[in-house]
Design a protein around this ligand. Structure first.
Ligand SMILES: NC(=O)c1ccc[n+]([C@@H]2O[C@H](COP(=O)([O-])OP(=O)(O)OC[C@H]3O[C@@H](n4cnc5c(N)ncnc54)[C@H](OP(=O)(O)O)[C@@H]3O)[C@@H](O)[C@H]2O)c1
Length: 343
């Protein structure tokens, strides 16, 4: 029986990966700090939980024991994290480090977290330049990308069979920032209209957690040192995402497509981008990866999960709080109502 150990395996990406591997007969073990985060279906599937802080090298070594066929690190954010991963990776046949498309820089040095949005000039290949590595606070907007780059360098320079995966905007069950909430919430609030800035044409490639899981299973059987983009087969616009979610929930609303003359605060969505951000996934496909489905097919489980948690009264506080600053700007109903009343 093949053995997989997933660091940070009770979250969105780790959970999807554990679910997929357990379903095809792997012995799956996950780490985290809080055992209660392990979803019930994973417990039923035989997934085993180990309490282990990501910074506790000795404990992780103990959990890994004699080794594993696959080691997945969902919580590697810095060069130090990556250095701690290496002795573990030496005992694994194939290792995966979950990085991010936030590492990519455009020709002007702009990136996912710069004030000026990036313009990559087309789909992004893995050979696209990245930001310079850095070690400022990785939890800050300016520190996230440089620290991920530094972590990638440590992993790739080691010569170990570590696959660095670069997902884009991840969606799935258990998301701690479920961006689709901006449309699900509108349906729950029975909003009669959806306002979309820049005609809803913004594109930032989505990545289903289940599609990352499929890619992880592929690289488990093809160990190697490499970088791979991870994204859904399609890259829908904000308008298409809104339509997909409303359709799934059986809701009808008027689309109000705003142009550049509108107040820039109106109709914003998490997918706003003046230039499309699309990952080229040819390298993953050539390795044998087969996506589980396109955006509409794969986002359905997250939308159902959000809906069900809401209907159940959200006993575990999984949904974004009403005052969550990330979502507030996307759900400004008074400003929308004022615009519609004057329109
Ligand atoms: N979400 C996105 O859109 C996106 C996009 C690109 C890349 N990524 C990358 O994806 C990864 C995040 O994956 P995710 O969305 O699956 O995360 P997640 O849902 O937040 O899950 C994080 C997991 O790590 C565990 N964990 C957190 N801190 C820990 C610590 N100090 N020690 C031990 N365990 C810890 C959590 O459990 P406990 O809290 O119980 O410890 C949980 O199992 C990151 O590497 C991120 O950079 C995410």
């Amino acid at each position: 029986m093949l053995r997989a150990l997933i660091l940070g395996g009770t979250g969105m990406i780790g959970g999807a990966t554990a679910r997929r591997l357990a379903a095809v007969g792997w012995r799956v073990e996950v780490t985290g700090r809080e055992p209660g985060r392990l979803p019930p279906d994973l417990i039923e599937a035989g997934v085993r939980f180990h309490a282990a802080d990501r910074a506790d090298a000795a404990r992780l070594r103990e959990v890994l024991g004699e080794g594993a066929d696959l080691l997945v690190d969902c919580i590697c954010f810095t060069a130090d994290d990556a250095r701690l991963l290496l002795p573990l990776a030496e005992r694994a046949t194939s290792t995966v480090l979950v990085s991010s498309k936030a590492v990519y820089a455009d020709a002007a040095g702009n990136h996912a977290n710069s004030d000026t949005p990036p313009d990559y000039g087309g789909p992004i290949l893995e050979s696209q330049p990245t930001m310079a590595p850095g070690d400022m606070d990785y939890r800050s907007r300016e520190g996230y990308g440089p620290n991920k780059v530094a972590a990638e360098h440590v992993a790739l320079d080691s010569g170990l069979p570590i696959s660095v995966l670069r997902p884009s905007r991840v969606h799935g069950i258990g998301s701690t920032r479920p961006r689709e909430w901006v449309f699900v919430k509108r349906v729950l609030d029975r909003r009669p209209a959806v306002l979309l800035s820049a005609r809803g044409e913004g594109i930032v490639h989505p990545t289903a957690a289940v599609n990352i899981a499929a890619l992880i299973e592929t690289v488990a059987h093809r160990p190697g040192a490499r970088v791979l983009n991870s994204a859904d087969p399609d890259a829908p616009s904000a308008r298409e995402i809104a339509k997909t979610i409303a359709r799934q929930l059986g809701h009808f609303w008027d689309e109000v497509l705003l142009d550049e003359s509108a107040d820039p605060g109106l109709g914003r969505t998490p997918w706003d981008a003046p230039h499309p951000v699309v990952l080229d996934t040819t390298a993953s496909l050539e390795l044998g990866y087969k996506p589980v489905g396109d955006y509409a097919a794969t986002v359905a489980e997250e939308v159902d999960w959000l809906f069900d948690v809401y209907r159940a009264g959200d006993p575990d506080g999984l949904l974004p709080a009403p005052d969550d600053p990330y979502f507030a700007g996307f759900l400004d109903y008074p400003a929308e109502d004022a615009y519609l009343a004057n329109g």
